[in-house]
Design a protein around this ligand. Structure first.
Ligand code: HEC
Length: 163
């Protein structure tokens, strides 16, 4: 039988090891919604005061440039979690059901402008094709699609995470 003290040490180690895997949103795919919406989430609702004209511009730009891969409503490919035969992943949903909300606005914008992942070019870069403002418009439209709890978790834990 293992002495209780050893057991305690082992479980402490496991707890530490697990919490260190916690994704900060930088590379983003291990955090669950429950983890994001953790204990100390501020109770007041985060509201989105998006300009409806900007949202409409973003939608039009998205449908023209991005929908061929990501879908008319940013719903992505049904099997986006499954790699294709070439080992690459199909375009994911951006509507709040996948990982896009694990990234800050700045990270999303950089990804859209430069494509990626770096060196692999699975997602084409849009620098020189879309203006900065157009990418901002698209991002506002994308965020307008996210369910309230997703937007709130993103806003508190990702966009305004402690530096
Ligand atoms: C040719 C197909 C294609 C087009 C067109 C395209 N994308 Fe993508 N996009 C992808 C693929 C594939 C990925 C997944 C890349 C990966 O494996 O990480 C992706 C990933 C993304 C991500 C990261 C999602 C996440 O969960 O982290 C964002 C944001 C994104 N695309 C936005 C856009 C926007 C905005 C446009 C239009 C301006 C666009 N995409 C056009 C194929 C495309």
């Amino acid at each position: 039988m293992m002495p209780a003290r050893v057991l305690l040490l082992v479980s402490l180690f496991l707890i530490v090891a697990c919490s260190e895997q916690r994704d900060t949103g930088q590379t983003g795919n291990t955090l669950t919604l429950d983890q994001i919406l953790g204990r100390d989430l501020s109770p007041e609702q985060v509201t989105r005061n998006f300009d409806p004209e900007q949202v409409a511009r973003g939608q039009a730009l998205f449908r023209k440039n991005c929908a061929a891969c990501h879908g008319q409503n940013a719903e992505g490919t049904p099997d986006w979690r499954k790699p294709l035969e070439n080992g690459r992943y199909p375009p994911p949903p951006l509507d709040g059901t996948a990982h896009a909300w694990h990234h800050s606005t700045e990270e999303l914008k950089n990804f859209i402008l430069n494509g990626g992942p770096p060196g692999e070019g699975r997602m084409p870069g849009w620098a020189g094709i879309l203006a900065d403002q157009e990418v901002d418009d698209i991002l506002v439209w994308i965020k307008s699609l996210w369910p309230d709890e997703v937007y709130q978790g993103w806003y508190t834990r990702i966009e305004n995470r402690p530096k």
